[in-house]
Design a protein around this ligand. Structure first.
Ligand code: AMP
Ligand code: GLY
Length: 425
């Protein structure tokens, strides 16, 4: 079958690579794609936010299946529009995508559904937000309610920092419209993990567990980013925890959406925190995580095309996923200055040598200029490797990264450290 993948980041590179290697798939097309994706798919320059352009593309190309990667296309209703025209689509409708598109909606729905999460209040007025922050004290978490590419969360260590963040968001300075409403949350402590599920109506199948590192700097310090690296499986997610997340988080939230008339087809991503007080939900996303998708696809042995088509056609019940038992680790290479300002157009060399060292190179913010690969975004590459232990994967991935020739690139040196600590214990 012919599959259209929407998006052009590292997640979509991993999806296109896996689909290209699926027996059920004869052709992959990707909009807009990137130079890495172009190795496995025919890339067509239509952006993921251009819903009309994507609809025209689908009508022209008549794919058997459309897989929507980025949240922005889902929140804008690409899923429903395609389904209304009879396409098989992996990715939820806009009503269900609100779970990610609005943190305030998501938190209210969690409360309604009895899904465990941090205590919160939603505010649109800066003075009221400040009063609450002063009342609750620090540390405290301030979140822009709307989409902010993973950067709209400030974990504030002081009241002053939290008040500043809330005022910055509510004035429209920080994240534009996405910050016109803020969610203020109690600070939680614990280890985080990403629990992803394939969902098709009432059928919910857990994917292998994973963990990402959102903070920019080693030791999980510095500002939040879209993700600096990830690995799978996450040893802190035991089978019992996986079951608990399925029963107390995934099922109730999908049922609550359905009760509102929003049926879910796609990937449900529950970001969880294992606290002394039990498992708490940090956030929901309505798509594969980036960079979690890169290690997950590296480990998936099942035919991805078949599985996603079954979900799109509501035949997911009974489907079993097969995983490589090895560990996969992905390190994101970003442009120095990300998540704030950075310079684009720098030549990146050494990618063949990185691959020759046994790593998979997933492209995110890259472009081709005069035959060379250059950086064109914040998160640029996801260097991924499989090994028998996280420690071995970590050593191998950093060895491979030593072959990368890009002075403007930056990456964390400690991706996977928690899992390594567990292995060593
Ligand atoms: P989110 O996009 O809501 O998952 O938040 C991004 C990151 O901020 C999470 O992965 C956590 O590291 C951190 N975070 C979010 N909410 C909280 C919270 N209530 N307590 C502590 N850290 C949080
Ligand atoms: N890795 C975090 C996310 O995809 O939102």
């Amino acid at each position: 079958m012919k599959v259209l993948v929407v998006g052009g980041g590292g997640r979509e590179h991993a999806l296109c690579w896996k689909l290209h290697h699926s027996e059920s798939v004869s052709e992959v097309i990707c909009a807009p794609g990137n130079p890495g994706i172009a190795q496995h798919a025919r890339c067509i320059a239509v952006g993921a936010e251009n819903i009309e352009g994507l609809m025209r593309l689908a009508r022209d190309e008549q794919p058997r299946l459309v897989v929507i990667g980025p949240e922005v296309a889902l929140v804008k209703g690409l899923g429903n529009q395609l389904r209304a025209e009879g396409f098989a689509v992996f990715g939820p409708d806009d009503a269900a995508a609100e779970l990610e598109g609005s943190k305030s909606f998501s938190k209210k729905l969690m409360d309604e559904a009895g899904v465990p999460t941090a205590k919160f209040e939603t505010h649109t007025d800066a003075d009221q937000a400040e009063a609450l922050i002063r009342q609750w004290g620090a540390p405290i978490v301030v979140k822009a309610s709307g989409l902010a590419a993973g950067k709209g969360v400030i974990v504030a260590q002081t009241v002053k920092e939290a008040v500043h963040a809330a005022r910055d968001m509510l004035s429209g300075n920080a994240f534009g419209d996405a910050g016109s409403q803020v969610v203020i949350e109690e600070f939680l402590e614990g280890e985080e993990a990403s629990c992803l599920f394939l969902v098709s109506g009432d059928t919910i199948i857990p994917l292998a567990s994973s963990q990402d590192h959102k903070a920019l700097l080693d030791g999980d310090l510095g500002p939040n980013t879209g993700g600096m690296g990830a690995y799978s499986p996450a040893p802190c997610v035991t089978p019992a925890i996986e079951q608990e997340v399925l029963e107390t988080i995934a099922r109730p939230i999908i049922a609550a959406l359905k009760a509102r008339g929003a049926e879910f087809i796609g990937t449900l991503y529950a970001g969880i925190m294992l606290t002394d007080d039990g498992i708490k939900t940090l956030e929901f996303n309505v798509r594969f995580g980036d960079p979690e998708c890169q290690p997950l696809m590296s480990r998936l042995k099942s035919d991805l095309g078949e599985v996603l088509l079954a979900a799109a056609e509501k035949r997911l019940d009974g489907v079993e996923l097969e995983w490589d038992q090895r560990k996969a680790l992905c390190v994101a290479v970003v442009s120095t200055g990300y998540p704030a300002n950075f310079e684009k157009g720098q030549v990146i060399s050494g990618l063949d040598a990185v691959e020759a060292a046994g790593a998979m190179v997933f492209h995110a913010g890259t472009a081709k200029k005069d035959g060379a690969i250059v950086n064109a975004g914040g998160r640029v590459l996801g260097i991924t490797i499989l090994a028998d232990s996280v420690k071995e994967a970590q050593i191998a991935v950093y060895k491979a990264l030593g072959k990368l020739d890009w002075k403007g690139g930056f990456y964390r040196k400690d991706i996977g450290y928690r899992a390594v600590q567990r292995e060593e214990a």
